[in-house]
Design a protein around this ligand. Structure first.
Ligand SMILES: [Zn+2]
Length: 262
Protein backbone atom coordinates (compact mmCIF):
# COMPACT_ATOMS: atom_id res chain seq x y z
CA UNK A 1 0.00 0.00 0.00
CA UNK A 2 1.28 3.45 -0.85
CA UNK A 3 0.11 7.06 -0.61
CA UNK A 4 0.24 9.16 -3.78
CA UNK A 5 0.33 12.94 -4.11
CA UNK A 6 -0.34 13.27 -7.82
CA UNK A 7 -3.02 12.12 -10.24
CA UNK A 8 -2.55 8.46 -11.14
CA UNK A 9 -3.83 9.21 -14.67
CA UNK A 10 -2.25 12.52 -15.76
CA UNK A 11 0.33 13.23 -13.05
CA UNK A 12 -1.15 16.60 -12.05
CA UNK A 13 -0.60 17.71 -8.44
CA UNK A 14 -3.69 19.94 -8.61
CA UNK A 15 -5.95 17.74 -6.47
CA UNK A 16 -8.98 18.41 -4.30
CA UNK A 17 -8.98 16.24 -1.18
CA UNK A 18 -11.92 14.97 0.84
CA UNK A 19 -11.87 12.59 3.77
CA UNK A 20 -12.75 9.10 2.57
CA UNK A 21 -12.72 5.46 3.58
CA UNK A 22 -12.56 1.91 2.33
CA UNK A 23 -15.74 0.00 2.95
CA UNK A 24 -15.83 -2.84 5.44
CA UNK A 25 -15.49 -5.63 2.89
CA UNK A 26 -12.18 -4.18 1.72
CA UNK A 27 -10.89 -3.75 5.25
CA UNK A 28 -11.96 -7.33 5.98
CA UNK A 29 -10.03 -8.81 3.10
CA UNK A 30 -7.14 -6.53 2.26
CA UNK A 31 -6.46 -5.56 5.85
CA UNK A 32 -7.33 -9.09 7.06
CA UNK A 33 -9.21 -7.68 10.04
CA UNK A 34 -11.88 -10.38 9.73
CA UNK A 35 -9.45 -12.71 11.47
CA UNK A 36 -10.03 -10.79 14.65
CA UNK A 37 -13.77 -10.39 14.04
CA UNK A 38 -13.44 -6.65 13.66
CA UNK A 39 -14.73 -6.56 10.14
CA UNK A 40 -16.80 -3.44 10.74
CA UNK A 41 -13.86 -1.13 11.14
CA UNK A 42 -13.05 1.26 8.31
CA UNK A 43 -9.67 2.09 6.90
CA UNK A 44 -9.53 5.81 6.24
CA UNK A 45 -8.04 7.36 3.15
CA UNK A 46 -8.42 10.61 1.24
CA UNK A 47 -10.60 10.79 -1.84
CA UNK A 48 -8.72 12.86 -4.44
CA UNK A 49 -10.28 14.56 -7.44
CA UNK A 50 -7.86 15.68 -10.13
CA UNK A 51 -8.71 19.20 -11.22
CA UNK A 52 -6.86 18.67 -14.50
CA UNK A 53 -8.58 15.51 -15.81
CA UNK A 54 -11.50 14.78 -13.44
CA UNK A 55 -10.39 11.36 -12.22
CA UNK A 56 -11.41 10.54 -8.64
CA UNK A 57 -9.25 8.07 -6.73
CA UNK A 58 -8.24 6.88 -3.29
CA UNK A 59 -5.02 8.50 -2.10
CA UNK A 60 -4.08 5.24 -0.38
CA UNK A 61 -3.35 2.87 -3.26
CA UNK A 62 -3.98 -0.86 -2.90
CA UNK A 63 -1.11 -2.49 -4.75
CA UNK A 64 -0.55 -5.97 -6.19
CA UNK A 65 0.00 -7.77 -2.90
CA UNK A 66 -3.13 -6.15 -1.44
CA UNK A 67 -5.15 -7.02 -4.51
CA UNK A 68 -4.10 -10.67 -4.34
CA UNK A 69 -5.91 -11.04 -1.04
CA UNK A 70 -8.97 -9.49 -2.64
CA UNK A 71 -9.06 -11.24 -6.01
CA UNK A 72 -7.41 -14.65 -5.58
CA UNK A 73 -10.79 -16.25 -4.88
CA UNK A 74 -12.94 -13.65 -6.63
CA UNK A 75 -16.62 -14.45 -6.09
CA UNK A 76 -15.51 -17.83 -4.70
CA UNK A 77 -16.50 -19.43 -1.40
CA UNK A 78 -14.24 -17.57 1.04
CA UNK A 79 -14.70 -14.25 -0.82
CA UNK A 80 -18.47 -14.64 -0.73
CA UNK A 81 -18.52 -15.68 2.94
CA UNK A 82 -16.64 -12.57 4.03
CA UNK A 83 -18.59 -10.26 1.75
CA UNK A 84 -21.95 -11.64 2.92
CA UNK A 85 -20.86 -10.92 6.51
CA UNK A 86 -20.14 -7.31 5.58
CA UNK A 87 -23.00 -6.54 3.23
CA UNK A 88 -26.67 -7.37 3.73
CA UNK A 89 -27.40 -6.98 0.02
CA UNK A 90 -24.57 -9.18 -1.23
CA UNK A 91 -26.92 -11.84 -2.64
CA UNK A 92 -28.48 -9.19 -4.92
CA UNK A 93 -25.07 -7.83 -5.92
CA UNK A 94 -23.83 -11.34 -6.71
CA UNK A 95 -26.86 -12.12 -8.82
CA UNK A 96 -26.49 -8.86 -10.80
CA UNK A 97 -22.74 -9.34 -11.23
CA UNK A 98 -23.06 -12.90 -12.48
CA UNK A 99 -25.90 -11.89 -14.80
CA UNK A 100 -23.81 -9.06 -16.29
CA UNK A 101 -20.70 -11.21 -16.50
CA UNK A 102 -22.58 -13.80 -18.52
CA UNK A 103 -24.76 -11.32 -20.38
CA UNK A 104 -25.02 -11.89 -24.14
CA UNK A 105 -25.99 -8.20 -24.32
CA UNK A 106 -22.59 -7.25 -22.97
CA UNK A 107 -20.76 -9.45 -25.46
CA UNK A 108 -22.84 -8.08 -28.33
CA UNK A 109 -22.12 -4.53 -27.20
CA UNK A 110 -18.40 -5.23 -27.22
CA UNK A 111 -18.66 -6.64 -30.73
CA UNK A 112 -20.59 -3.55 -31.86
CA UNK A 113 -17.58 -1.45 -30.93
CA UNK A 114 -14.74 -3.62 -32.18
CA UNK A 115 -16.29 -5.91 -34.79
CA UNK A 116 -15.05 -3.77 -37.67
CA UNK A 117 -11.45 -3.96 -36.51
CA UNK A 118 -11.04 -7.71 -36.02
CA UNK A 119 -10.38 -8.86 -39.57
CA UNK A 120 -6.59 -9.28 -39.23
CA UNK A 121 -6.52 -10.42 -35.61
CA UNK A 122 -4.78 -13.76 -35.04
CA UNK A 123 -4.41 -13.76 -31.28
CA UNK A 124 -6.32 -12.06 -28.49
CA UNK A 125 -5.35 -11.48 -24.88
CA UNK A 126 -7.98 -10.43 -22.36
CA UNK A 127 -6.08 -8.65 -19.59
CA UNK A 128 -7.83 -9.43 -16.29
CA UNK A 129 -10.41 -11.27 -18.37
CA UNK A 130 -11.79 -13.60 -15.67
CA UNK A 131 -12.52 -16.94 -17.43
CA UNK A 132 -12.25 -15.61 -20.97
CA UNK A 133 -16.01 -15.46 -21.41
CA UNK A 134 -15.94 -12.00 -23.00
CA UNK A 135 -13.47 -12.79 -25.78
CA UNK A 136 -15.18 -12.43 -29.17
CA UNK A 137 -16.12 -15.59 -31.02
CA UNK A 138 -13.65 -15.22 -33.87
CA UNK A 139 -11.08 -17.56 -35.34
CA UNK A 140 -8.03 -16.55 -33.28
CA UNK A 141 -5.88 -17.86 -30.43
CA UNK A 142 -7.39 -16.73 -27.16
CA UNK A 143 -5.56 -15.97 -23.92
CA UNK A 144 -6.39 -14.56 -20.51
CA UNK A 145 -3.94 -12.79 -18.21
CA UNK A 146 -5.25 -13.08 -14.65
CA UNK A 147 -3.93 -12.65 -11.09
CA UNK A 148 -5.39 -16.08 -10.29
CA UNK A 149 -3.45 -18.49 -12.52
CA UNK A 150 -5.53 -21.45 -11.34
CA UNK A 151 -8.83 -20.05 -12.52
CA UNK A 152 -10.72 -22.50 -14.76
CA UNK A 153 -11.18 -20.92 -18.17
CA UNK A 154 -13.89 -21.42 -20.76
CA UNK A 155 -13.16 -23.85 -23.59
CA UNK A 156 -10.67 -22.63 -26.18
CA UNK A 157 -8.98 -20.08 -23.88
CA UNK A 158 -5.55 -20.49 -22.22
CA UNK A 159 -3.72 -18.62 -19.47
CA UNK A 160 -1.07 -16.32 -20.98
CA UNK A 161 2.44 -17.24 -19.82
CA UNK A 162 5.79 -15.50 -20.28
CA UNK A 163 7.49 -16.58 -23.49
CA UNK A 164 4.27 -17.06 -25.43
CA UNK A 165 4.01 -15.22 -28.79
CA UNK A 166 2.80 -11.65 -28.42
CA UNK A 167 -0.83 -10.87 -29.15
CA UNK A 168 -2.19 -8.54 -31.81
CA UNK A 169 -5.33 -7.60 -29.94
CA UNK A 170 -5.57 -6.76 -26.22
CA UNK A 171 -8.78 -6.32 -24.26
CA UNK A 172 -8.86 -4.66 -20.85
CA UNK A 173 -12.45 -4.54 -19.65
CA UNK A 174 -13.54 -3.47 -16.17
CA UNK A 175 -10.01 -3.73 -14.82
CA UNK A 176 -8.53 -0.22 -14.67
CA UNK A 177 -10.95 0.91 -11.98
CA UNK A 178 -9.58 -1.79 -9.63
CA UNK A 179 -5.84 -1.19 -9.98
CA UNK A 180 -3.38 1.08 -8.20
CA UNK A 181 -1.62 2.51 -11.24
CA UNK A 182 -3.56 2.28 -14.54
CA UNK A 183 -0.66 3.56 -16.68
CA UNK A 184 1.49 0.65 -15.46
CA UNK A 185 -1.24 -1.82 -16.38
CA UNK A 186 -1.48 -0.51 -19.95
CA UNK A 187 2.29 -0.56 -20.28
CA UNK A 188 2.33 -4.16 -19.04
CA UNK A 189 -0.34 -4.96 -21.61
CA UNK A 190 1.77 -3.30 -24.32
CA UNK A 191 4.66 -5.57 -23.38
CA UNK A 192 2.51 -8.63 -24.19
CA UNK A 193 1.44 -7.28 -27.57
CA UNK A 194 2.99 -6.64 -30.96
CA UNK A 195 3.68 -3.07 -32.06
CA UNK A 196 0.53 -1.41 -33.29
CA UNK A 197 -1.68 -4.11 -31.75
CA UNK A 198 -5.36 -3.30 -31.49
CA UNK A 199 -6.64 -2.55 -28.02
CA UNK A 200 -10.06 -2.26 -26.46
CA UNK A 201 -10.52 -0.60 -23.06
CA UNK A 202 -13.74 -0.53 -21.08
CA UNK A 203 -14.33 1.09 -17.67
CA UNK A 204 -17.53 1.81 -15.73
CA UNK A 205 -18.91 5.29 -16.24
CA UNK A 206 -19.32 5.63 -12.46
CA UNK A 207 -19.36 9.41 -12.34
CA UNK A 208 -22.20 9.42 -14.83
CA UNK A 209 -24.40 7.55 -12.38
CA UNK A 210 -23.29 8.98 -9.05
CA UNK A 211 -25.17 12.01 -7.83
CA UNK A 212 -22.10 13.15 -5.92
CA UNK A 213 -19.38 13.77 -8.47
CA UNK A 214 -16.74 13.42 -5.80
CA UNK A 215 -17.40 10.04 -4.15
CA UNK A 216 -15.56 9.45 -0.89
CA UNK A 217 -16.06 5.74 -0.17
CA UNK A 218 -14.17 3.00 -1.95
CA UNK A 219 -15.17 -0.59 -2.47
CA UNK A 220 -13.56 -2.68 -5.21
CA UNK A 221 -13.29 0.41 -7.40
CA UNK A 222 -10.42 2.61 -6.25
CA UNK A 223 -10.59 4.84 -9.36
CA UNK A 224 -13.61 6.62 -10.89
CA UNK A 225 -13.15 7.74 -14.48
CA UNK A 226 -14.81 10.33 -16.68
CA UNK A 227 -14.64 10.41 -20.45
CA UNK A 228 -12.10 13.24 -20.12
CA UNK A 229 -9.91 11.19 -17.81
CA UNK A 230 -9.93 8.18 -20.13
CA UNK A 231 -9.02 10.51 -23.00
CA UNK A 232 -6.13 11.79 -20.90
CA UNK A 233 -5.04 8.27 -19.93
CA UNK A 234 -4.81 6.99 -23.49
CA UNK A 235 -3.06 10.21 -24.50
CA UNK A 236 -0.44 9.88 -21.73
CA UNK A 237 0.32 6.25 -22.59
CA UNK A 238 0.38 7.05 -26.31
CA UNK A 239 -2.43 4.86 -27.57
CA UNK A 240 -3.53 5.98 -31.01
CA UNK A 241 -7.25 6.39 -30.45
CA UNK A 242 -9.69 5.31 -33.13
CA UNK A 243 -12.93 5.40 -31.20
CA UNK A 244 -14.00 6.71 -27.80
CA UNK A 245 -17.59 6.60 -26.68
CA UNK A 246 -19.84 5.75 -23.77
CA UNK A 247 -23.13 4.10 -23.04
CA UNK A 248 -25.18 5.68 -20.31
CA UNK A 249 -28.21 3.45 -20.34
CA UNK A 250 -29.14 -0.10 -21.25
CA UNK A 251 -29.19 -3.51 -19.69
CA UNK A 252 -25.64 -3.30 -18.40
CA UNK A 253 -23.83 -0.84 -16.12
CA UNK A 254 -22.98 2.47 -17.88
CA UNK A 255 -19.53 2.21 -19.41
CA UNK A 256 -16.87 4.13 -21.35
CA UNK A 257 -15.27 2.39 -24.34
CA UNK A 258 -12.03 3.15 -26.17
CA UNK A 259 -10.56 1.45 -29.23
CA UNK A 260 -7.02 2.20 -30.35
CA UNK A 261 -3.59 0.98 -31.45
CA UNK A 262 -0.89 0.30 -28.86
ZN1 LIG B 1 -5.47 13.87 -13.67
Amino acid sequence: MKIVFECIVCGSKDLTYKSGWFESFITSTVFASHKTNTYNICQYTNSCRCNACGTVFSQLRLEDDDLHSLYDDYMGKSYSTIRALCENNYADVLEKTVREQESPVRKTTVMDFIGNYLEDVNSIIDFGGDRGQHIPDINAKKYVYEIDKNKKLVDGVQHFKNGMPKADFAMCCNVLEHVAYPREIINHMKFMCNDDALCFIEVPNDLFTLADIHPVSFHEHQVFYTIESIKKLIDVIEIKTMLLDYLGTGEVTPVIYAVGRL
